[in-house]
Design a protein around this ligand. Structure first.
Ligand code: UGA
Length: 484
């Protein structure tokens, strides 16, 4: 099938590459000419596992990049709209990019096409797209509008696309539904799994279920899914706070409740709250569309409130661990909103770094993929960007873990301890076991678990660390006295 994907961001680029992987002829379109030029030159503009592999495999064969929307529309049967839908100041979704694309599509249409919403949009958007098409003179029988929401997570988006739990198609005509069924047939029939280049994480993955609904239901499925997942995260963060107050361990509580098949253990990881380009914006948009429809969805307000407070509580924890913050040298591991991506949009880590800078801290930051994007949004002064976690830790007064990168969970702890001025770690992602950290000589704080306040000084090496720390305090205070 000839498919145009409009918008080459995190969603559009992954979708385009994956459609090509399923055997379709794809034109990936973007109005950012420099991005198209980079893609044409073989560059991969985002950090996403397996994407470079798929782009290299299909570029110039099943996948081409083009800045000309009208041309792409004329050449293709199905047009996926995957442009951004950012939040407006009022919290509603800004659909101006979607409308602009719909208008251009209307000008280009010369035969029956299916226009598919892939961007996350509020309920009724498909009706608006339909109205735009009709207002611009396209006969009703020449197009259908379908909602086909994506459930990709950044960092594992390619695998999520090729091995989904479900595919949702919101179509109000059988003609459009059957075209969409055909596009996903290699997945639903399982034929892709015998020839695919991207391996599944499990042996013999099941074929995904395909659910056909009305367009409105599909639009709501997307918003409700993200809202539910965010609710799960805020719920467990609230429970984590109670665990802290009660001296219980949220890890044990999560295991206990996650064993109930009705609840499940996924998306129950407490931490410094959710971020990213989806949950924060989608919750606001869902709450606001609910309000427009006459329902005050206050649960969502509380989910957002808990998320916001979670960052503040962590900052308070940093303060209580370090007493004063001014002139403290803080190592920060992780700037991306989650591990596996270079995306820093609505990143809790970025937010915390901004707060620490305001309090006068000197930050030594490291992220495996997001340093460049972080530099675009963080102030210049007060931050040193480091080449590794160890360089960041060097002579820092404390180390903060703010993103759940896999490599941060497997650090060489004795090396880290020797590099830090004080063996203090505040882990906003619960990557380590508190008992192990205490036995390694750290003062370790995490979320929803008992704080092990004092390192157990048991060996000569531990003693040496403490002596080093004292020496370094002495030399720094004499330096401070000399310079004043
Ligand atoms: C999310 C959804 O998971 C996808 O299904 C959806 O397609 C996507 O939004 C979208 O609408 O485009 P994503 O934002 O990429 O995907 O990342 P998630 O893995 O969902 O994580 C979101 C945030 O929640 C991150 O900041 C993460 O660190 C946090 N999180 C996640 C937790 O704090 N705890 C958890 O247990 C899980």
């Amino acid at each position: 099938m000839r498919i145009a994907v409009i918008g080459s961001g995190y969603v559009g680029l992954v979708a385009g590459a994956c459609f090509a992987e399923l055997g379709h002829q794809v034109i990936s379109v973007d109005n950012d000419e420099s991005k198209i030029a980079r893609l044409q030159a073989g560059e991969v503009p985002i950090h996403e596992e397996h994407l470079p592999q798929l782009l290299a495999k299909h570029h110039g064969k099943g996948l081409e990049f083009n800045g000309k929307l009208m041309e792409a529309v004329r050449a293709c049967q199905v047009i996926f709209i995957a442009v951004g839908t950012p939040s407006t100041e009022q919290g509603t979704a800004d659909l101006s990019h979607v409308e602009a694309v719909a208008r251009t599509v209307a000008l280009a249409i010369d035969e029956y096409k299916v226009i598919v919403e892939k961007s996350t949009v509020p309920v009724f958007t498909s009706e608006w797209i339909r109205k735009v098409m009709l207002l611009n003179g396209v006969p009703a029988e020449q197009f259908d509008v379908v909602s086909n929401p994506e459930f990709l997570r950044e960092g594992s988006a390619v695998r999520d696309f090729l091995y989904p739990d479900r595919i949702v198609i919101g179509a109000d005509t059988e003609r459009s539904a059957s075209l969409l069924r055909e596009i996903y047939q290699p997945l639903t029939s399982g034929s892709y799994y015998s020839r695919g280049t991207i391996p599944s994480l499990i042996e013999a993955p099941p074929s995904p279920q395909l659910l056909v609904t009305s367009t409105k239901s599909a639009e709501l499925i997307k918003h409700a899914s993200n809202a539910f997942l965010a609710t799960k995260i805020s719920f467990i963060n609230a429970v984590a706070n109670i665990c802290e107050a009660a001296g219980a361990d949220v890890g044990e509580v999560c295991r206990g409740i996650g064993m109930d098949a009705r609840i499940g253990s996924k998306f129950l990881n407490p931490g410094i709250g959710y971020g990213g380009s989806c949950f924060p914006k989608d919750l606001k948009a869902f709450a606001s569309v609910a309000k427009e429809l006459g329902y005050d969805f206050r649960l969502l307000d509380e989910v957002m409130g808990i998320n916001e407070r979670q960052r503040q509580l962590f900052l308070r924890k940093v303060r209580s661990a370090l007493w004063t913050l001014k002139d403290k040298r803080i190592a920060v591991l992780g700037l991306a909103f989650k591990g596996g991506t270079d995306d820093v949009r609505e990143s809790p880590g970025i937010d915390l770094v901004k707060s620490l800078l305001k309090e006068g801290c000197a930050i030594r930051a490291f992220d495996p993929a997001a340093m460049q994007r972080a530099q675009e949004v963080l102030p210049n002064a007060g931050i040193t960007y480091c080449e590794s976690a160890y360089e960041a830790a060097s002579q820092a007064d404390a180390l903060l873990i703010l993103t759940d990168w896999q490599e941060f969970a497997t650090l060489n702890l004795s090396r880290l301890r020797n590099l830090l001025t004080y063996p203090i770690i505040l882990d906003g992602r619960n990557l380590y076991d508190p008992t192990t950290m205490a036995s390694e000589g750290f003062i370790y704080y995490s979320v929803g678990r008992p704080n092990l306040q004092y390192p157990s000084i048991r060996t000569n090496a531990d003693l040496a660390v403490t002596e080093n720390a004292l020496m370094s305090i002495k030399s720094r205070s004499s330096h401070a006295v000399a310079s004043s």
